[in-house]
Ligand binder design. Structure first.
Ligand code: SAH
Length: 410
């Protein structure tokens, strides 16, 4: 909905629904300020306050005039889902359960490693794709997340992981008489906030974001793209586009659109070396078979010499897709593609009909691919003891009946 419509709606109602600015990217935020009769540079100030300093209240925005702060708090808000549970695994992985409006909830996972911290973000409540080996699929599908609910996962995690840094940077980066900055800023120049970005690499705890949580990101295209704009935006999280990864089961038309609108890293959930096997475990394959999917991947890379590789994800399911023949088949299928391969040991969940391949089988599979010239890694399972590993995220999904409908519409 445009901010005009939202604004009109909020002004007409007696108890106006406030506009949530959390999910607005720079373009959207500038349009919002223009619409309320303010200068567009306010968009930069407010974006920094929200995303770099974790502000949740306009009253904290000390370089914004008091009149504007009052006006903003009457019509707008900064509202994220509430954390209802936080679990920490023995390996340091953290999982948050967040409650959304309407009673649903989603899960977000933080995976710390020596040289990086990865946040695994959800894009939908549940998932419509019904992949047989995925616990989220078993939950059914309820709805797309808004751009605010997607970026909120980063905002919430950042505040939870980095609370003191956010506060001290906000204080240290503003000169004592910060209100005078309003004058400096009237030409659109940056304000005092610029000096102490919480997203500077030395302060950053979240260095990578992967859209590998609940849902199929490319079936929630517009909201995912707006949230990614904020991840990449210098005035928000400033992540490099190589450090933001969309993982998809292969919604081919959306992959083509993605190339035009948003240039990030790509992971393809292939999981099978031929259509016969893939049709059984990834039903979306019946609509977009492997050949079309790999052509779309090639198109994503065409003419862009800066993009190096995409990732092929391959879940190891005992007796389903893990034979030596399957490995050779996969090697020849991917022959002309600039990809590396990530083998994912299957993570079990209650009532799943699959079992994980033996480690010996996974290693043999890896060797065959390696000898065929592919960079191949076995994904380390993280957060298993708190059900935070790939495919184990479930949250709480109300009204699961929409699964079939959505799977057939895209
Ligand atoms: N819908 C997107 C992203 C969600 S899942 C996609 O399909 O890519 C992220 C990755 O975890 C995908 O590769 C998915 O296939 C994999 N996955 C799902 N369930 C799993 C399980 N039980 N064990 C291991 N990997 C799983």
């Amino acid at each position: 909905m445009s901010s005009t419509l939202l604004l009109n709606a909020s002004l007409k109602n007696k108890a106006p629904a406030k506009i949530n600015l959390l999910g607005y990217d720079l373009v959207h935020m500038k349009a919002f300020f223009t619409e309320i009769g303010e200068k567009p540079f306010r968009a930069v100030q407010v974006l920094k306050w929200i995303h770099q300093f974790g502000a949740e209240d306009f009253s904290q925005m000390s370089n914004v005039s008091q009149d504007l702060r009052r006006k903003l708090s009457e019509i707008a808000e900064i509202r994220a889902p509430e954390i209802v549970a936080e679990q920490k695994a023995s390996d340091g992985t953290i999982k948050w359960l967040m409650r959304l409006d309407g009673g649903n909830s989603i899960e977000t996972v933080y995976i710390p490693e020596d040289n990086r911290g990865t946040l695994c973000v959800s894009s939908q409540v549940g998932c419509a794709l019904d992949c047989g080996f995925c616990s989220t699929a078993k939950q059914g599908f309820n709805r797309n997340l808004t751009s605010a609910e997607i970026i909120a996962q980063l905002w919430v995690a950042n505040r939870a992981l980095n609370p003191l840094a956010l506060k001290s940077l906000a204080l240290n980066s503003l000169p004592s008489n910060s209100l005078s900055l309003n004058k400096d800023a009237s030409n659109g120049a940056e304000t005092g906030i610029r000096h102490g970005k919480v997203q500077d690499s030395k302060n950053r705890v979240i260095t990578n974001v992967v859209l590998m949580g609940m849902g199929e990101p490319l079936l929630n295209f517009d909201n995912v793209v707006e949230a990614i704009h904020l991840m990449l935006e210098d005035n928000a999280y400033g992540l490099s586009k190589r450090r933001v990864t969309i993982s998809t089961a292969g919604v081919v038309p959306a992959l083509k659109r993605l190339r035009e609108e948003c240039d990030v890293s790509l992971a393809i959930s292939l999981h099978a070396p031929n259509d016969q096997i893939r049709n059984k475990i990834v039903p979306l394959n019946k609509k977009y078979p492997i050949k079309e999917l790999l052509e779309a991947c090639q198109y994503y890379f065409k003419g862009d010499t800066k993009k190096k590789q995409f990732t092929i994800e391959y879940v190891m399911l005992a007796g389903v897709n893990d034979s030596e023949k399957n490995a050779h088949e996969l090697a020849s299928l991917l022959k002309k593609l600039p990809c590396k391969i990530n083998l994912i040991p299957f993570n079990p969940f209650p009532n799943s009909e699959f079992a994980c391949s033996k480690m010996q089988t996974i290693n043999r599979f890896k060797d065959i691919l390696y000898k065929a010239g592919y960079v191949t890694v076995i994904r380390k399972t993280r957060g298993e003891d708190i059900d935070a590993a790939c495919g184990q995220l479930a949250g709480k999904v109300k009204d699961k009946s929409r699964r079939i409908k959505v799977a057939n519409t895209e």
